[in-house]
Design a protein around this ligand. Structure first.
Ligand SMILES: NC(=O)c1ccc[n+]([C@@H]2O[C@H](COP(=O)([O-])OP(=O)(O)OC[C@H]3O[C@@H](n4cnc5c(N)ncnc54)[C@H](OP(=O)(O)O)[C@@H]3O)[C@@H](O)[C@H]2O)c1
Length: 173
């Protein structure tokens, strides 16, 4: 069981532009069956979590296509509309939520969807094992940061998937 932060990024380390837009990302070419693809990654994931801004992005942009059949924890102080999906809105400390996610995942991996500070909170508690970053060929200059902390990493592998330079790192504790 690994706790992984899998995300796309600009090469200067932003996962959304200053308007919280992913237009710079969603227009790119990727092979769904290629190296480090989303489909192969998600197949091993048993529980996910995300921050409120990421969840709001989904509600604003793709509300009818909730793509996850595993439980999802959304860290937030906001009131979101009720949902039929298995979504648990929480202000519980990260270590307690992580323990619940590991239990729910039943041996599969735990995915921190984002944003970057939430992944950083997992790292602060020594709970983040890996970062998988898919770098799109763009420099954004500003936006939501990939992971606004100093975290030491070991490069485990690199692959090209069409437009993307994909890197997998182990968090060095
Ligand atoms: N490129 C990609 O693949 C990718 C992946 C994921 C996300 N994104 C995008 O990147 C952007 C990320 O936004 P973001 O950096 O603002 O991050 P975020 O993690 O999505 O949301 C941050 C918010 O989550 C809540 N939160 C975080 N930690 C919490 C905690 N411990 N307890 C309770 N609430 C907590 C807070 O909101 P409240 O206190 O207001 O509730 C905080 O302002 C979004 O636009 C998203 O769509 C891109």
């Amino acid at each position: 069981m690994l706790t992984q932060y899998y995300t796309a990024s600009s090469i200067d380390g932003f996962i959304a532009d200053p308007d919280n837009s992913l237009s710079w990302l969603l227009t790119r070419d990727i092979d769904k069956d290629g190296p480090m693809s989303y489909d192969s990654f998600i197949a091993d994931v048993g529980a996910i979590c995300m921050g409120a801004t990421t969840y709001q992005w989904i509600l604003d942009n793709d509300p009818d296509n909730w793509a996850y059949d595993m439980p999802c924890w959304v860290f937030t102080h906001r009131q979101f509309p009720e949902t039929a999906h298995d979504i648990r809105f929480t202000t519980t400390p990260v270590p307690e939520v992580h323990a619940a996610m590991v239990e729910a995942a039943a041996g599969k991996n735990v995915w921190v969807v984002g944003g970057g500070d939430l992944a950083g909170q997992f790292a602060d508690h020594g709970l983040l094992d890996e970062i998988w970053a898919q770098y799109a060929p763009v420099v954004l200059g500003d936006g939501a940061p990939l992971l606004p902390r100093r975290v030491e990493l070991e490069l485990l592998g690199v692959e090209r998937n069409r437009d993307f330079a994909c890197a997998r790192y182990r968090v060095v504790r």
